[in-house]
Design a protein around this ligand. Structure first.
Ligand SMILES: [Zn+2]
Length: 485
């Protein structure tokens, strides 16, 4: 008996030792690729003072997307012509729908596929009642405390000015790219992107197939991801789609003193509750796995053990990541009930009740998949499921993180920012890239600016600003990227 116990214990010890060894081995192997700490940060040498003043000027144009007929749209394009003369004499320019200019910088080697670099210059309005909360007038472009202040600095005039500054400087220095480079500056990104659609159709009509394109859709995130000390450049490979479903239940109506056991409101409430209880399945595969796998390598040892041993810890990891809205959104199609209707009087039964559910579609799901999920989950044939197919947008295809374009964007980020973590990610909002991407093999999304958690509410919010240091990094990023072409 004693001998048996000893043998079992010995067996357990060997198993435990093997487990610890495997976990340890996986963790040691699971480290990010080495990034040289002492490579000098790339400096293009463009005039930063002039760039700062140009961004300040750019902010003054009230290119608010809800006021598309405002003369400032036209004036902004004229301002670009005056401010960047070398760009405008070297490149061909056409202004397409929604005052969206498309520039063509002819390359010297026609055998190379062209690329497109994009930004947008329309901005969201100042929210009613928030005007007094701004430290400086939102359209004054004040330069103070090391920042250019105002609506559009972060989203997305800063990127447009950084790109044009880099190009202007390089043309003056005699640079010609080998491949043809297009620039597009959307005039209505915030309200649907008809400008970007026009650019895409125009390129397709001319038989242009872009090798890759780059637009906004992420930033260099500084201490925004909990537990991660170093900044992370998330170069996003795809963006989520949008689908709003309307659930409708009809009933007899009548006075509330004699209600049936199930009312229209009750039916809709139950449907919403069922959807809330059963999220769309998701998890660590596809682009979600790629993102968290790359990210995990940069965590301190304690967390790295978990990411490195997903064969053992995946259920635990998925549970933790599903627990916070920001990481849950990276794992699955999200379900957000946003609107409800019922009766308009407290003592009248609703003849019709409805709910609107806003889904942000993960690239692994199609619109059909989501409608099917909802039908199965609600499991009530008396609830109609309606949607406007014109407005439903599928997630965009997932671009390759192995392709040349990704490598060039990544190395240009490292050139301009110095050592930091780079990961392939997913944009959870919508950008013009979803349109431009249709004319490109690969579409990538990042703005070359480093932001902290306190910057996030400034985007579309109050006190939007871009540091001059960031503007400089942005110019150097685009400079490094253009030099590779
Ligand atoms: Zn934007």
């Amino acid at each position: 008996m004693l001998r048996l116990i000893k043998r079992v214990l010995a067996g357990l010890a060997v198993a435990l030792l093997t487990l610890v060894t495997v976990i340890g081995f996986n963790t040691l192997r699971y480290t990010p690729e080495h990034v040289s700490e002492d490579a000098p940060v790339f400096e293009l040498g463009a005039d930063l003072e002039a760039a700062t003043s140009n961004l300040s000027q750019a902010v003054k144009f009230k290119t608010i997307s809800t006021e598309m007929t405002h003369p400032d749209f036209e004036d902004f394009l004229e301002f670009l012509q005056k401010t960047y003369p070398a760009v405008h004499t070297t490149m061909a320019r056409e202004v397409l729908a929604r005052k969206t200019p498309l520039y063509k910088w002819q390359g010297s080697d026609p055998s190379q596929a062209p690329i497109l670099l994009a930004a947008h210059y329309d901005v969201v309005p100042i929210a009613p009642g928030s005007h007094d909360l701004w430290e400086y007038e939102p359209f004054s472009g004040v330069v103070a405390d090391g920042f250019v202040w105002g609506r559009g600095t972060l989203d997305d005039k800063g990127a447009a000015i950084a790109l044009l500054t880099a190009a202007e400087h390089m043309i003056q220095q005699g640079f010609t790219p080998k491949r043809t480079i297009y620039f597009a500056f959307g005039g209505d990104e915030e309200v649907g992107g008809l400008g970007a659609i026009a650019v895409t159709l125009h390129l397709k009509e001319q038989g242009v197939e872009l090798d890759w394109m780059l637009d906004e859709g992420s930033f260099v995130l500084d201490k925004i991801i909990p537990g991660l000390e170093q900044p992370v450049a998330s170069i996003n490979l795809s963006e989520k789609g949008i689908l709003t479903l309307e659930l409708v239940a009809k009933a007899e109506g009548g006075h509330s003193s004699m209600p049936p056991r199930t009312t229209a409101v009750g039916r809709i409430s139950q449907a919403v509750a069922r959807l809330q209880d059963k999220p769309v399945p998701g998890g660590l595969n596809g682009i979600s796995a790629e993102f968290f796998d790359s990210l995990g390598q940069h965590f301190p040892l304690g967390q790295r053990v978990v990411f490195a041993n997903q064969w053992l810890f995946r259920p635990l990891l998925e549970k933790i990541l599903s627990g916070a809205p920001s990481t849950d959104a990276m794992l699955r199609t999200t379900t957000a009930p946003t609107m409800l209707t019922g009766s308009s009087k407290e003592n009248v039964l609703a003849a019709e009740a409805s709910a609107k559910i806003n889904f942000r579609i993960h690239p692994r799901d199609s619109i059909k998949d989501i409608v099917e999920h909802v039908r199965r989950t609600i499991d009530d044939p008396k609830v109609e499921i309606l949607y406007d197919s014109e407005r439903a947008t599928p997630a965009s295809p997932v671009s390759s993180s192995e392709a040349e374009g990704y490598a060039q964007i990544k190395s240009s980020i490292l050139d301009a920012f110095g050592p930091l973590a780079t990961v392939p990610g997913l944009t959870i909002a919508a950008t013009d890239a979803r349109h431009y991407g249709k004319a490109a093999k690969n579409a990538y999304r990042i703005n070359p600016f480093k932001i902290t958690g306190s910057d996030l509410p400034r985007i579309h919010g109050t006190n939007e600003r871009l540091s001059i240091e960031n503007l400089e990094r942005g110019i150097n990023f685009y400079g490094a990227l253009l030099q590779k072409q």
